[in-house]
Design a protein around this ligand. Structure first.
Ligand code: UDP
Ligand code: MG
Length: 321
């Protein structure tokens, strides 16, 4: 590691990416070397179980700017990203996926734009994602529509976690009490001046996606519940609607009773019971989501544990032996 403070830190969360790493170095390094300014690459190994840790150790031999932060166990993309951002030392800190879906060449453009227009945040916006699967594109489209509706239009559509942040933004993020912020929502919410660079999302260079369907779903629920109480209000409206419906049914039942014809109506009873049961369970589940968030916040457990950091060898018990 160079002793000068880096101008640019590039955070790369990595989970079981043994097949991608050589390709990543091949493309990322020339771009960063070409900057002509001090930089560091913060590779966050998110508890990989394949050859990733060994490959990273090997890569560090010939690349002093590479720094490896290893998390004790797999903590997820967002947690790995946050671990890297908070440890980065650069005046600007960019984050990029390891799989080369975000072209590293864009980093130069982001840095240039941030300086030229004194911006604190530059988003990489995916102009074209035709290389993503139909499923990924449609679920992502739905996610951004929902999130922009609930959180506000400050959240740029189609901006993932490929972005450049200034030191001030990182410090503002660090100042939040939240342990697991959803970065793509919290960052725009901070309100710093921001810009966008559009790019074409490439296909994964090698290996397969590490985002399972359940993780995508988790990110979506976290995004919504961390920023909006709208679903709770929707539950209230649903309840009010249900109550009105019940009132109508009560009147109907009384009239039928007075006319002495109360035997028929099995189907309507059945449907009403099922409907109300479903609505109640749905609303309970919704409450549960928020309570789970409150619970996690109260416990205050960190989103990740750093096992070692090559820039801070005191943290590396494994290497001291
Ligand atoms: N990733 C991670 N921890 C995880 C899952 C993924 O650090 O638990 C990393 C992964 O190595 C990659 C980035 O997060 O660099 C994005 O993951 P991926 O490309 O699998 O997601 P997709 O592009 O399919 O949404
Ligand atoms: Mg990817």
């Amino acid at each position: 590691m160079t002793s000068r403070e880096p101008t640019l830190s590039v955070v790369v969360p990595i989970y079981n990416e043994e097949s991608v790493l050589p390709l990543l170095v091949e493309r990322l390094r020339p771009v960063l070397d070409g900057l002509g300014e001090p930089y560091e690459v913060v590779a966050v190994d998110d508890g990989s179980s394949d050859a990733t840790p060994a490959i990273l150790v090997g890569m560090r031999r010939g690349w002093p700017e590479l720094r490896v932060v290893r998390l004790r166990r797999n903590s997820g993309h967002q947690a790995a990203l946050i671990a890297g951002l908070f440890r980065a030392r650069g005046a600007y800190v960019a984050s990029i996926d390891a799989d080369l879906q975000d072209p590293p060449e864009i980093l130069v453009e982001m840095l240039r734009l941030a300086r030229a227009e004194s911006l604190d945040i530059v988003y990489g916006v995916r102009g074209d994602r035709s290389t993503d699967t139909w499923f990924k594109r449609s679920t992502a489209g739905l996610y951004y529509r929902l999130v922009r509706r609930l959180v506000g239009n400050a959240v740029p559509a189609q901006a993932g976690d490929f972005r450049l942040l200034s030191r001030a933004t990182i410090e503002a993020l660090r100042g939040l009490p939240e342990r697991r912020p959803v970065l793509r929502l919290v960052v725009p919410w901070l309100g710093f001046p921001s810009g966008e660079v559009s790019y074409i999302r490439e296909a994964r260079a090698a290996g397969s996606t590490k985002y399972s369907l359940s993780r995508m779903f988790r990110l979506a629920t976290d995004s919504i519940t961390s920023f909006s109480g709208a679903p709770l209000r929707a539950a209230t409206w649903l309840g009010a609607g249900g109550m009105l419906l019940c009132l109508v049914m009560v009147v109907f039942a009384v009239v039928m009773y007075l006319r002495d014809s109360t035997v028929a109506g099995w189907a309507s009873l059945y449907v009403a019971v099922l409907f109300l049961g479903a609505v109640q369970l749905l609303c309970l589940g919704l409450l549960g989501e928020y309570i789970a968030r409150i619970y996690a916040a109260v416990q205050g457990r960190p989103a990740y544990f750093v096992g070692s950091d090559t820039a801070n060898p005191a943290e590396e018990p494994a290497l001291r032996v």
